[in-house]
Design a binder for this molecule. Sequence first.
Ligand code: FAD
Length: 464
Amino acid sequence: MAQHITLIGGGLVGALLAQQLAGRGFKVDVFEKRPDPRIAGFVGGRSINLALAERGLHALRQAGLANDVLQRAVMMRGRMVHTRDGRSGLQRYGVDDSEVIWSVSRGALNMLLLDAAEAAGVRFHFGQSLVDADFDGGRIRLADEAGVARGIDAPVVIGADGAGSALRAAMNHHTPLGERVEALGHAYKELEIPPAGTLPSELVDRSGGHDQFALEPHALHIWPRGGYMCIALPNTEGSFTVTLFLPAQGAHPSFATLPDARAARAFFEHDFPDVLPLIPDFANDYDGHPVGTLSTLYLQQWHLGGKALLVGDAAHAIVPFHGQGMNCGFEDTVVLASLMAGAPGDTADVFAEFQRIRQPNSDAIAAMALENYVEMRDSVADPHYLAKRELGALLAERAPQHFMARYRMVTFTHLPYAYAYERGRAQDVLLEQLLRGSTQAGSVDLDAAAATLRATLPPLPDLH
Ligand code: FAD
């Protein structure tokens, strides 16, 4: 008889995992707090759109969904960096258009995944919140939208219920999981640049020949300003979602010193004068959209024997600056579905193995995501950083078996995050030695540098 799995949360990771498990013969019931977005409309929560990269795409390919998703996505070739003086330039992410990331709508992706999971035989129960669990008795308690509670049998339960996971709270109550949440101290707010047709034509950048979009659509736009920044990701219908990242509290500028649209407008006039005119609904967006908080979640124990397991943000929420939270969660689903299919019924061993494989990697991407905030808001405009980047690209060309930029390893390969982190660190030490503080990559003797690289670091693993 098929093993029964109860999943909590039908968000991005929960819906994909459900589809993967049902496809491998498990009987899957998903309990999701929100109403069915395909009927009630998608109720946001986290970002409106997000960047999909190779790890996430790989999981979607395994699920047979990559093409469907890509048809609803906008390609982003690199970062378009907008400096204070109004200039902009594209820093490519990869070597060519085979190495790009994709902007996808969270709502559209979630609905596509729900459809796919249902088609694979998953049963969804919407408007059902997990409130508590009795792991020893193999039961969970759910509440519907009216607050009416009921208990059901759930001997094996998996929590994909996000950073504020109720299953994690119930597990912690049963056995302390060693939870540590580190607040970033910075927060975010989303604003919208509408499609070009609704804006005065003199504001629209027509240089790329994309009439629908006010800015170049095939890029992730960044306005780095040192301690804070704005970014913008394109949406298929021609708009961009702008995200302002700022300290939550403290001295100006912070969300505390910009409590309303009036104060924020003056700040944008000064710091983001080229963005402000592109947001005609600035006052409504600023006053109407919430300030989202950002934290990293570290958890020593992801499972209670074979009874309960956490995946995705519920196990390892990270800050969004590497665009990898969903990608990492999707990678979780590939690993877990394959382990479970390999040893059905042996959930205690499978859950322990899952944590053993994934935790060093989620720790590594958590660290890299934190580092990337500094890179995005500050370093992308720094001459020494740009020289290192250029020297890295030259070495990657000359010694491709020995050098690959960390961003590329994380974004365009399946090399474990932990490997990318360690290798990136070793490569960075070497680049610093070679540049010796210079801002000129051209001043380095490339033959000698490539020889030092080969002598210092082992070849990269085979990517195929
Ligand atoms: P969630 O998406 O949070 O889904 C959890 C689900 O569980 C929801 O549907 C929720 O309603 C449900 N739920 C919650 N509580 C209960 C309960 N008690 N009972 C039943 N159901 C419940 N990642 C990227 O890869 N690329 C990006 O570019 C990117 N950008 C981001 C930008 C921002 C501003 C933020 C905040 C995050 C970003 N992320 C990005 C991270 C990404 O959003 C998360 O990693 C991803 O959403 C995790 O998916 P999940 O399914 O684990 O959790």
